[in-house]
Design a protein around this ligand. Structure first.
Ligand code: NAD
Length: 497
């Protein structure tokens, strides 16, 4: 069986803990690899190795660091089919979607290529007699990234591309469900010219994570995953004096106003609800039909969902692949059972899908619930699968309140032809990322990504300008270089002269 270990100090390092986790090919249901789970001591050794690489890398001119990022991008592009296939084989996304996810990660690398410009400080000359003042952004030291299963290339790139370009070294702890991408990206970073130790990868579970949250050498922790773990990471890393940004789960609403273009709204719901089998933190999982548009919306959605082409990830015919593991598939199926018990109307039932030749794969068909109520668990909780809930609403205000009052606040969208309604919605909704006739409003790499409420903890979002702020600390220098300090000491608070 293929074994996946760690990547520390510029080479693959065999895990010694004796503990392993299984990695599956979700399309076939077969275990494809086993991944070593690092001990606390192995994790500490990876951090120490990154600490040893820090000073040299921080002192490397930003323009040289940028050139490494340029080369890394070129290498990823040259190897894009290999990277996308790895995503498809371990996560289960269809190949075209897997390729897209790598490209969205590479857009953050492109952003990081501009790091000399992004690190420029501010300068004020002659703030007082003969005194100049300037600021610079300095790297922090060793930074850690803990990433989820659903974007094994893109989410790590959100973090390490910006962090490393800023002059930090980085220890990545990827999801144990699809760990191969992280190792391959670390190899490519080395090939691109990043010195050994600048990007280390430690595979593991809670034991490794707890060291990343407590080791004094780690200065900042970036986490993306589910809300309970995000809360834990935020509280623990902050209690240990670290900077921390921790992104959590979601329940993204799409409001369909009575004046919306229904064809476009249905297309949008299909892609945003069922793309990547609903395993996206920006997936739409609730459609709010406003003012009587619900019946027609459901009638139009039903045949589209029933004719979704569910199939193996590598088949060019598949619209939607399997879920990541059997356990996750059973959890999603459990939510569909629960919705029926709670009294929602199951308009399309994807539970019984069987694929010939792939009977052991982790497949579910698309499911659609109608008449979902806001007190049901299937409305309140994140399902993270190909299940869309339709909720009826009598008014714009009621729909706005649903998205605003929900525990999660990652993404939201409104479909309407009314500019006034759209503007009021964008202005007032308590959600971090808003789409107007755009179902999945993921900010591009030169903006920053992050939700509100239980979808994110910490005050800096991922990548873009916030990413640079998160991974650097500000230093401000006040300098006097004149003909010497003028005679006479002053004992009063200095003021402008
Ligand atoms: P998860 O929380 O189970 O795991 C995320 C990471 O935390 C993994 O590396 C895992 O090994 C680690 N981890 C798991 N349990 C832990 C524990 N008890 N202690 C310490 N570390 C632990 O999340 P997942 O299932 O891999 O990913 C899916 C979740 O991620 C969904 O909730 C999704 O909404 C969310 N997500 C959020 C965003 C965002 O930006 N808001 C983006 C992608 C995914």
């Amino acid at each position: 069986m293929n074994e996946i270990h760690h990547f520390i100090g510029g080479k693959k390092v065999t895990g010694k803990s004796g503990r392993f986790g299984p990695v599956y090919n979700p399309s076939t249901g077969e275990q494809s690899s086993k991944v070593a789970l690092a001990s606390a001591a192995e994790t500490a050794a990876a951090i120490a190795d990154s600490e040893a690489a820090f000073r040299g890398w921080a002192a490397t001119p930003a323009i040289t660091r940028a050139r490494v990022m340029f080369k890394f991008k070129a290498l990823c592009e040259a190897n894009i089919e290999e990277l996308a296939t790895m995503v498809a084989n371990e996560h289960g996304k269809v190949l075209s979607d897997a390729r897209g996810s790598v490209i969205r990660g590479l857009e953050v690398v492109e952003f990081a290529c501009g790091i000399p410009h992004l690190l420029k400080g501010e300068f004020s000359d002659n703030v007082s007699a003969g005194i100049d003042m300037y600021s610079m952004r300095k790297p922090l030291g060793v930074c850690a990234g803990i990433t989820p299963f659903n974007f094994p290339a893109m989410v790590p790139m959100w973090m390490f591309a910006v962090s490393i370009a800023c002059g930090n070294t980085f220890v990545l702890k990827p999801s144990e469900k699809d760990p191969s991408l992280a190792i391959r990206m670390a190899e490519l970073m080395l090939e691109a010219g990043a010195p050994a130790g600048v990007l280390n990868v430690v595979n593991g579970d809670k034991e490794a994570v707890d060291v990343l949250l407590s080791d004094p050498l780690v200065k900042a922790v970036s986490f993306v995953g589910s809300t309970p773990i995000a809360r834990y990471v935020y509280a623990t890393a902050a209690a240990n004096g670290k900077r921390v940004q921790a992104m959590g789960g979601a329940k993204n609403h799409m409001i369909v106003m009575p004046d919306a273009d229904l064809d476009k709204a249905v297309d949008a719901l299909m892609g945003a609800g069922y793309g990547s089998a609903g395993e996206r933190c920006m997936a739409v999982s609730v459609a709010v039909a406003v003012g009587g548009v619900g019946d027609e919306l459901v009638e139009r959605l039903k045949p589209r969902i029933e004719s979704l082409k569910v199939g193996p990830s590598l088949s060019a015919d598949s619209d939607m692949g399997p879920l990541v593991t059997r356990e996750h598939m059973e959890k999603v199926r459990g939510y569909i059972d629960l919705g029926v018990k709670e009294g929602a109307k199951l308009a399309v039932d994807g539970r019984d899908l069987r694929l010939q030749g792939y009977e052991n794969g982790f497949f579910l068909g698309g499911s659609l619930f109608d008449e979902v109520k806001t007190d049901m668990r299937i409305y309140k909780e994140e399902i993270f699968g190909p299940v869309l809930s339709v909720v009826r609403s009598n008014s714009f205000d009621e729909a706005l309140a649903m998205a605003t009052d929900h525990e999660f606040g990652n993404g939201v969208a409104i479909f309407t032809r009314d500019g006034d309604a759209a503007r009021a919605f964008a202005d007032n909704v308590e959600v971090g990322m808003v789409g107007v006739n755009v179902p999945i409003p993921v900010p591009l790499a030169f903006h920053s990504f992050g939700g509100w409420k239980a979808s994110a903890f910490g005050d800096h979002n991922q990548h873009g300008p916030d990413g640079v702020r998160f991974y650097t600390k500000l230093k401000t220098v006040t300098s006097r270089w004149p003909t010497g300090i003028r005679a006479g000491a002053e004992f009063i608070m200095p003021t402008h002269k």
